[in-house]
Design a protein around this ligand. Structure first.
Ligand code: FAD
Length: 294
């Protein structure tokens, strides 16, 4: 009965995957191998991030353009407005329209001087994510996704400000939000309730981070406002030098998280793949998803 229920659930499941532009050729091969492995799971889209301060402008563009040409998946290009004039950002937006990319994940980006410093809009640049969303929508018929923070953004004084920023992005034309990663589903659910109470009804898609390296993740989390529960740390305790067990534990934890979200009625998931297919693939398999033709 359980497997029957799962395959039925799997019919209405939606998934998407996120990659980042790698620095070396070897890592780039790895990216394409991972895309090839995950694409048959029929994701709604695969998104490619934009390096801090716009540092991967060309690489992000080249990867999504190649996805259009060589794969069946729909790419989404991340874009930030840090350290660039409107003109420069608009050129990037137009270049996406020109190569058939019609989905942009629009972000403000982190301050040029790093997380924790004060964000200053670039002279002549878009002032924030909502402003960027408006600019994108003016230039072309793009689908625009934005960010959301179940534990609020580290710069936010309170949830009210956070949700106000989300509202501005939606008013500017965003039709989906993807969340920062989180490990406590109660926090996500409480956040979505706040958003709905504020009269915002776009999908708030949970961003799921399969943990490839607990230590690195915990370091990163402390800069993004995502909390790492003690129970999670306990589960990875002693596994720093045991990659095999680390991987199995990570798969079990992410599968458990996604299964619990499913039971709460969520049926759309975004996976932060870290450019590696295996964990995300295994979790999707557990969700009942099978590759095309299988
Ligand atoms: P916004 O949504 O504009 O603002 C974030 C929060 O900051 C707001 O909720 C608000 O509470 C607070 N805030 C903003 N302005 C003010 C103000 N004037 N007064 C008070 N509070 C304010 N970064 C990259 O560089 N490249 C990427 O590809 C990338 N992809 C991402 C994808 C996702 C799904 C997520 C969740 C984040 C991503 N980021 C990326 C990180 C993001 O750029 C940073 O978190 C950045 O600090 C905020 O950008 P934003 O678009 O989320 O900002």
């Amino acid at each position: 009965e359980r497997s029957g229920r799962r395959s039925q659930d799997a019919d209405k499941l939606k998934i998407s995957f996120e990659f980042f532009p790698p620095k070396s050729e070897k890592m780039e091969e790895n990216l394409w191998a991972s895309v090839e492995r995950l694409a048959p799971l029929s994701p709604s889209f695969i998104s490619v991030t934009y390096g801090a301060g716009g540092s991967t402008r060309e690489r992000t563009h080249d990867i999504v353009a190649r996805m259009v040409e060589e794969t069946k998946v729909k790419p989404a290009a991340h874009l930030t407005c840090v350290g660039a004039t409107k003109q420069e950002v608009n050129d990037v937006i137009r270049s996406y329209a020109d190569c058939g990319v019609n989905h942009i994940v629009a972000l403000r980006g982190d301050p040029v001087d790093g997380v924790g410093s004060r964000y200053e809009p670039h002279t002549g640049g878009y002032v924030n994510a909502a402003d960027l969303v408006s600019g994108i929508r003016e230039i072309g018929d793009f689908e625009v996704t934005v960010s959301a923070y179940p534990e609020k953004h580290p710069e936010s004084p309170d949830f009210a400000m956070d949700i106000e920023m989300l509202r501005q992005k939606v008013d500017a034309g965003a039709t989906r939000a993807i969340t920062q990663f989180f490990f406590d589903n109660d926090l996500y659910e409480a956040y979505v309730e706040r958003v709905r109470r504020a009269g915002i009804f776009i999908p708030i898609v949970p961003g799921i981070l399969p943990i490839h390296n607990f230590k690195q993740m915990a370091n990163f989390a402390s800069r993004t406002g995502a909390s790492v529960p003690q129970w999670l740390a306990n589960r990875f305790e002693g596994l720093d030098d045991d990659p095999e067990t680390h991987r199995l534990v990570a798969a079990a934890i992410a599968a458990e998280q996604v299964q619990d979200l499913l039971e709460r009625g969520i049926d759309d998931f975004h996976f932060y793949t870290m450019n590696r297919a295996n964990l995300s693939y295994a979790i999707c398999h557990l969700l009942g998803l099978r590759p095309d033709g299988a």
